[in-house]
Design a protein. Structure first.
Length: 618
């Protein structure tokens, strides 16, 4: 290296040494200060002249000197290239300065140690900032901890459930104030005791047999705990075990909730379910329960006896997969189930032996504990006896009507017989033209035959035979039968038939019985005579309206509501069955009966029946 280059390097080093922002010193191998820069003089409070007369021992804090000397000896022994440490320096004014010291060993070209270069960085402000930050963080954490403690206190003091902390052997260490409200005990008197001493004996025995924490560190208990007033309260308690660092259970935390009302509701639900099952099992009517998939889930004993299927044969089977429901009725049945509304229908169901049974189906939905639709319950009432009774009532009413008609018919027959006897007498005498007498006698005999044939209709046994009949012809036949009775009571029957489709599907005998009943009632309602109007008209749909209008005494409003009730009558010798039977016959023909009446003004009986399409009347 040239002399000029060395001098230039030395000049640069001196400039860097002098103006360095950190403290620097050239130190003799024995610790004496050889040279210092202004930064270290400012840091320690000494002048350069003062520091040159001192060693590094003089300005080092006694507690840090031993470590500094150790590192220095290792450096001189070539065990280190450099060393650094945070040490304390003694300021000229007596206070301590914390600084980072970095020391390097300068060697000559032969690697012989020459002197030490020490660099000193002041860390007093840095340490102060760190201390402030640590203190600030500590205060923040303390504040947060206090907030958590306050929040925990608020929760434990105001939570509705009872919070407990107990030892592994169930000794209570803490219990929240909720125990005062739920069980009537003060928290202080519960601390140090075992809550299990308040358990119901049966629940305690179950707990001792069952154990705790079999499936993990969390468990749920249900038990009855004795209230301070002596009665028991149902509690559901969730418990969790807390372990120490060694995994040993240190304490058990529990949260207990009063479930007395829930237990009462469950008991009521069980009782209701038992009552429902008892009602179903002991019901005299067949009952079937169906789930949402239309599978049968339960039938009662009455169902087995009535229809022949046993519970194992039918439970689990789709209700549409066995011949219980006739094929023609299945679409309507499916529609009723899908509507999920109470449903009532008089229909036919098949038995296991293939026979058919008339039943009244009552369908209503079932709901589970949450109020969600879960299926249907179907009650099927056997109408066999009801149908038989209904037929007997109809026959009985027919006989009653026949008896009441006897007098009028006898009078009607007596007149042509008298004429026949007279003409037979004349024919025997040979005084007049016999052919004219034959014609008159034949006409009178035909009239007698017509009246007798109408009377025999009522005397026939009740056989339902549905045919397509013309209402106009049927009404003409009935008015002919009742004309004599109307004349005897000074009543004129007036008929008005609009041109329209008057064909209906009916049992002719039954429909005649209805018309006779309504016409007779109208005649009897006009004891002083009058006009009886019979109107037949279309309502512009697929139905026809038949009206019987009289101007008789009418029916009071309070009595009008009772029409149709069995054995209720306003007639001295009435049975109270006529209107009821007539109404039932019309309903069996898918029709309706409406009565409109005003006292002392008259009554209108309106019958509505479905008509047969014209293309089927032939």
């Amino acid at each position: 290296m040239s002399i000029d280059h060395r001098l230039a390097n030395e000049s640069l080093f001196k400039q860097a040494f002098k103006y360095a922002p950190i403290g620097m010193a050239l130190v003799h191998l024995n610790g004496d200060m050889l040279e210092t820069n202004p930064a270290i003089c400012s840091l320690l409070g000494y002048s350069e002249a003062e520091l040159i007369t001192m060693t590094f021992h003089d300005i080092t804090h006694p507690e840090d000197l031993e470590l500094d000397c150790l590192y220095l000896s290792e450096l001189l022994a070539c065990q280190r290239e450099t060393y650094q440490l945070v040490k304390r320096y003694l300021h000229k004014e007596g206070h301590v300065i914390r600084a980072l010291l970095a020391v390097s060993l300068v060697k000559d070209e032969d690697h012989n140690p020459q002197f030490l270069i020490a660099q000193v960085i002041d860390q007093t402000d840095h340490k102060h900032i760190e201390s402030c930050l640590e203190e600030k963080e500590r205060m923040r954490m303390m504040s947060k901890l206090e907030e958590i403690r306050a929040l925990s206190l608020i929760i434990s003091e105001n939570v509705l459930d009872i919070i407990t902390i107990a030892t592994p052997d169930c000794i209570t260490r803490y219990i929240s104030p909720a125990v005062r409200r739920l069980l009537g005990y003060e928290p202080e008197e519960m601390v140090g005791t075992k809550l299990t001493t308040l358990w119901h004996p049966d629940d305690l025995e179950d707990f001792l047999q069952r154990g705790l924490f079999k499936d993990g560190d969390v468990d749920i208990l249900e038990c009855r705990i004795r209230h301070n007033e002596g009665h028991y309260v149902w509690f559901e308690t969730r418990v969790k075990m807390i372990c120490d660092e060694q995994g040993i259970v240190a304490q058990v935390v529990g949260i207990g909730r009063d479930i007395t009302m829930r237990k009462q509701a469950e008991a009521e639900l069980r009782a209701t379910k038992e009552r429902l099952e008892s009602f179903i099992d002991h019901n005299i009517d067949p009952v079937m329960m169906i789930n949402l998939a239309y599978d049968v889930v339960k039938i009662n004993l009455a169902f087995e006896k009535t229809f022949g299927w046993t519970s194992p044969e039918i439970v689990g089977v789709n209700v549409f997969n066995f011949p219980f429901i006739p094929e023609a009725s299945r679409p309507g049945c499916l529609q009723a189930l899908e509507q999920r509304q109470p449903y009532y229908l008089e229909t036919i169901r098949k038995k296991k032996d293939g026979g058919e049974l008339p039943v009244m189906v009552s369908l209503f939905t079932m709901r589970d504990e949450s109020g969600i639709h879960s299926g249907w319950a179907v009650t099927l009432r056997d109408l066999t006896a009801h149908k038989q009774t209904e037929a007997l009532l109809i026959n009985s009413e027919k006989l009653t009507i026949a008896g009441q008609l006897a007098a009028g018919i006898a009078h009607e027959i007596r007149n042509p017989i008298t004429a026949i006897k007279g003409f037979m007498h004349l024919m025997r005498s040979g005084k007049s033209e016999k052919q004219m007498y034959y014609d008159i006698v034949s006409s009178e005999i035909e009239r007698i035959e017509m009246i007798l044939s109408e009377l025999l209709i009522l005397a026939k046994p009740q056989l339902i035979h549905s045919e397509c009949k013309d209402l106009r012809a049927l009404l003409n036949q009935v008015t002919t039968l009742l004309e004599s009775q109307a004349n005897m009571n000074n009543v004129q029957i007036l008929m008005d038939f609009e041109p329209c489709n008057t064909y209906v599907q009916c049992d002719e005998n039954q429909l005649k019985q209805v018309c006779i009943n309504f016409i007779k009632n109208a005649i009897e309602a006009m004891p002083h005579g009058g006009d009886l109007f019979i109107h037949l008209k279309s309502n512009h749909t697929d139905r026809i309206l038949l009206r019987f209008i009289d101007h008789g005494c009418g029916v009071p409003e309070q009595i009008l509501a009772k029409l149709g009730q069995p054995f209720f009558t306003t007639k001295e010798k009435g049975t109270g069955l006529g209107f009821m039977v007539s109404k039932k016959i019309i309903e069996n023909h898918h029709g309706t009966v409406t009565v409109i009446s005003t006292e002392n003004k008259g009554t209108t009986v309106e019958v509505s029946l479905p008509t047969v399409p014209k293309n089927r009347t032939n």
